[in-house]
Design a protein around this ligand. Sequence first.
Ligand code: MG
Length: 256
Amino acid sequence: MRTKTFSSRSLLAVVSVLVGFCSVLAVRAAFVDEYKSGINWVEPKVIDPGPVGGPPSDAIVLFDGKDLSQWQGGDKWPIQDGYATSKGGGITTKAGFGDCQLHVEWAAPEEVKGSGQGRGNSGVYLMGKYEVQILDSYDNTTYFDGQAGSLYKQYPPLVNACRKPGEWQAYDIIFSAPRFDEEKKLTKPGYVTVLHNGVVVQNHSELKGGTFYDRAPAYEPHPPRQPIHIQDHGNPVKFRNIWLRELKDAEISPGK
Ligand code: MG
């Protein structure tokens, strides 16, 4: 009986403290002003995110599995069963792009041939100059800043998230294009974030310039919008579901 009496009193004390605490919060809420930035943001546009893997409703579909008419050189790549296979040279978008979100699905050849850089090699060249490497890096060693998900010869991927040869994989690339002034001087470097199969492998990595095989990275001035290129490195890599969203900063309303 003694224990029961003690427990009831303890419970009463706890409830009293809680009620007091909530009262203090209520009083604070009544007298503290909510912070507001004062920036008159434009309302974000409503879009349909689409199915998993996209495309979202505001995307530019660059390849829907049927034709490569938006690409120069696309006529050389055979298309069947909803995918295209690299062959006879790379393909380049007819349109140019700057800051963007780019989704590309690819699959290295199921039949394993070659090793190192000679196995399932392709690549996504942002602005035709900055390569996000495509390679069959499943149980295939090469230099780390040349494996799948690397910014070629600049940064290795944070982890190796490669699926097995023949399996479909996805790159989701967020690209901030470099800026040059009127004197063609670099004013802001490019930045690249890459998710490989949903895993972050490049986290806002700063580009040191164009990605080259035979020389150090270096910037060469170029216009703000440039075509995207997909490499043919002599290995039949499959592609499907390629789409892009052009990115711009959140807008501030010009008037109140
Ligand atoms: Mg490559």
